[in-house]
Design a protein around this ligand. Sequence first.
Ligand SMILES: [Zn+2]
Length: 264
Amino acid sequence: MNLHTNLQSAGYRVTPNAKGRYVNGLIRLMGDLSAMDFLRDDYMVRLLSNAQLRKGKAFTYKQLQQLANPQDAIDRFQEQMQTLTARGMFLRGYSLQCPVCDLATWYGLSEVGEHVTCQGCRFDFQMPLTLPFAYRPNRLLAEALKSGAMTILLTALWLYDQDNDLSWQTESVVHQGDLTTNIDILALMNGDLWLVECKDNFKTSDRALDDLLEQLRAGLKIADDIGAKQSLFATLYAKTVPERLTEFLATNDITLLARTDLLR
Ligand SMILES: [Zn+2]
């Protein structure tokens, strides 16, 4: 179902953006939305929030486990990483250093054999005798994470729990006159339209909150124009949401989906 027609018939022009394509690409890679369930574990959010990992840095399994710190869920984490690697969300390879030009970089399994051609100086060097695998996120995963896909996917999972026949679209850029804004999620849930603003994190300075409230106001206007039943604000923000924001949400009848609602 194309939910954009609701926007178009209210006089909005809609264009997709890259973030939405990243999100859809990840779901496609995993098979379906419910396969993104691993995101609901706080240790996975911790791992996938790591700045180095998001830059594409490779880690050994032991390092990944340390970054995630799954505590009593080590077996579960191991199973999840096995699945994510099988699906190509994480790529398996080796971190190798060339003995000639010194370049230290990551090589995928298909690039290595007894001898490896240096990605820099093209020298053929022999693999070390012992070396653990190194895993790095697929580029799509890294880009999606940087663009805020985690909260979008977690919110979609939450919506899906409320209605298994959910229709939803992510990341539409909406234009009308001077207004250009993003709708993170537009969903048809239990027969009603829902409009969701998602933020992994946000700054709490007065200026930053001004901007956030402005964005929420734009969303409210669109929700009103298209007859959306409910607006949601979803965030993985780890501290107490500032009072100014909670007041705004309450006054405008926007439901807050906080980190504790999104995670297991
Ligand atoms: Zn080299």
